[in-house]
Every structure is written in C-alpha cells, then in structure tokens.
Design a protein. Structure first.
Length: 377
C-alpha cells in the first residue's frame, strides 16, 4: 500500500520480501527475497538505498544498530523503534514522559505476578514484552488461582531459554469504554502532524472497524490524546508514522490511558487512504525522507474503514462487481493475499457526512461480508 504513494512521488520502492509469494511482490518495482532476521541479507538489501524503513517492528534492533554504524540511513532509528518492539520499554517511557499509563509491573515469577494482582486488583493482563500482535502473547488472568495455573507457569519457565526478553509484563485490566487511535507523523526536522483521533473497534482481538474522528469524543480528550501522541513521537525521536493505541476511560484524569505504540503505517490508519488529504502511506515516505509533511485534514465530515477476513468465499473477484455496484461510494482495497480463515485480506473505506454514518457503516459491513462469505443467490 506504500507502493502507489512512492510511484506518485517519483520514488523507487524496494521491498525485502519473505518469499516470492508475498503480496508486495506485485506492487513494488524490486522485491528481493530474504530473511529480515539475517544480518547479511539486510546488508545486501540495504546497499544503495537512500533510507531503510519498515512495515513491522520485528527486525532485530542490534542488526539495525549495526547497519547504522555502517552508514545506512535507518528510519525510524533503533532507539526509537525499541518502544514499539518492547512493551516494557514503552511503559517506562510513558511513565517518564508523564503520560497516563495503566498500573503495570515487570515480573519474572508467578509469585511476583500474584503479588501485583493482589495489590492492584484482579483481573490482570499478562503479556510477552516482544513479538505479540492481534491478541497473541496476551493472557487475561481472573484471579490468583488462575495465575498459578499451568499456562502462566509455562511462560515463566520459558524465560530462561529466551534471548529476546528476560521478564514478562503484567498490567491492570483496564475498564475502558472503547479503544482510540492517535495517529501522527514526524520527520527529522521536528515537524509533526497528527490526524484526527479515531475509534478502533476490535473483534476477537483483531481490528474490525475504524471511524474518524471518533464519534462523540469530548474535544478536550481528543486534544489531550493528540498532544500525547505528538509528545511521544517528539520525545522518543520517532520518524515516520506512529500510532498511539489508547484506552478511553471516561472520568479519569486524562480521559484515556496509553495501550501500545506502533511505528509504521498502521491498520487503524488505513482510512486515511481515501478519507484524508494525505494518506499515512504517503506521509510515512515523506517523513522518513525528511520531506515536508502533507495536510492531514479529513476530506469529508467522517471517514471509516471496515476490514474483512478470509472465510467461506474463496473467489474475491467473483463478488467484486456486486460490491462495486451495490454502493459506488465504497473504495475497495484487496491485499493480494491467498484466502485463509481469519486472515486479513482487505478493507473497505468510505467517507461522508456525520448524519449518514450509521448508513455508511451498515453498507461497509454488508460489502465486507460479501468478500468473506460470498453472496447468497
């Protein structure tokens, strides 16, 4: 999805592909195959590029430091990217910057986990600090007995064999009203531009729908959320797009708590492709090349994105004519991925007026179901 923006700006985009079958191969001009966990593969890939950037946070930080020492322009830099790679480091940074965190602790034993739960209140959420996404690496524990169960113990027993982290993160289970996403972009000059704060709706720990701006959000809470994202991006030295995922907590001091950070174009920002003057994909390219950033205003009063997952329907193109005919406002984005149960394979964007938001959402949901389930004859 970054490739069209690169083409429009006159850049050549080179992608390190995990295999010849990944969807980026169809979109980018050069797609050498290699393993991002192989330093030599990274060295070879980075040769002769102007800037090296990412579509996920899992490239080993020590390899990125090595590439930087060898003259590669890495954006965002590893010391900033660390806060998206390691949830414990992120929690420390949020505390250090005086921004609202849930109660949390770094734990290495079940006894420490139980002590945290007893003091902060049950239930709690146990997380692996690295590698988790879409609900993976996350365990909700309702009480001390569950915390002393077999599965948590396995996570602690496995710490001795891990090389990527040596402790686990435990947090209070936040009683939030909804999830928000504060998306920003920053470049090396220090210029930062936020997008309107959006509502992110999750289903089974996977992003299902995003609405921008977040319906009914208090203006003061929205401003504080934007300010928090700008402060995180600025103080951590982020370059490129960063998504600050937030829990909205009405009645709390700030109105929200920080959940997680992502330093790349993010699913919660896909609505910007059609709903914002500048998409997150174009903005990321501008930012990592230290070019002036684009306008982030909405094109209409409201914009939304609806993800769709793989399901019973295996022929996406068979339903495409019906989808496009049913609602001409729908902007369809297929990922070029093979259909697999529960896998994100595309999304639909729509823009319009606030008064028609319910209608837009209903239409997007219907069209997404056609891609997932097919069309009943």
């Amino acid at each position: 999805m970054m490739a069209p923006a690169a083409t429009e700006l006159g850049f050549d985009l080179r992608v390190l592909a995990e295999s010849p079958e990944v969807s980026a191969v169809a979109a980018a001009k050069e797609t050498p195959v290699g393993d991002y966990k192989d330093l030599e593969a990274l060295r070879e890939f980075a040769r002769d590029v102007d800037v090296l950037t990412f579509d996920h946070e899992h490239v080993p930080g020590e390899y990125l430091q090595t590439l930087m020492s060898e003259g590669v322009n890495v954006q965002p830099r590893p010391d900033a990217l660390l806060h998206a790679q390691d949830k414990i480091e992120m929690r420390k940074a949020v505390d250090r910057l005086g921004l609202p965190n849930p109660r949390w602790a770094e734990v290495t034993t079940v006894d420490e986990l139980v002590a945290f739960g007893d003091s902060s209140g049950w239930p709690v959420v146990l997380k692996t600090p690295r590698g988790g996404y879409d609900g993976k690496g996350v365990m909700v524990l309702d009480d001390a007995a569950e915390a002393r169960g077999e599965k948590p113990q396995q996570w602690f027993d496995g710490l001795a064999e891990r090389t990527d982290f040596s402790s686990l993160l435990v947090e209070e289970k936040v009683a939030f009203s909804r999830e928000l996403s504060a998306l920003v972009a920053r470049r090396d000059s220090g210029e930062v531009r936020p997008w309107p704060v959006a509502e992110s709706i999750q289903v089974n720990s996977v992003c299902d729908e995003v609405i921008a701006p977040a319906p009914g959000i208090d203006d003061a809470v929205a401003q504080r959320a934007q300010d928090a994202a700008v402060k995180l991006a600025s103080e951590l030295g982020v370059t490129g797009v960063m998504a600050a995922e937030l829990f909205e907590v009405p009645g709390s001091e700030h109105g929200f708590l920080v959940n997680e950070l992502a330093m790349r174009p993010h699913n919660s920002g896909h609505w910007t492709q059609d709903g914002s003057v500048t998409s997150q994909f174009e903005q990321h390219l501008r930012a990592v090349l230290n070019l002036p950033l684009g306008d982030t205003a909405l094109k209409g009063e409201v914009a939304l994105m609806k993800n769709f997952l793989g399901g019973a329907n295996e022929d996406l193109f068979a339903v495409l004519p019906t989808v496009l005919e049913t609602d001409a406002r729908a902007k369809v984005h297929l990922y070029g991925k093979s259909v697999r149960q529960g896998r994100k394979i595309g999304h639909i964007n729509m823009t319009g007026q606030v008064a028609e938001l319910d209608q837009l959402r209903a239409s997007a949901t219907q069209l997404a179901s056609y891609f997932t389930d097919g069309i009943d004859n």
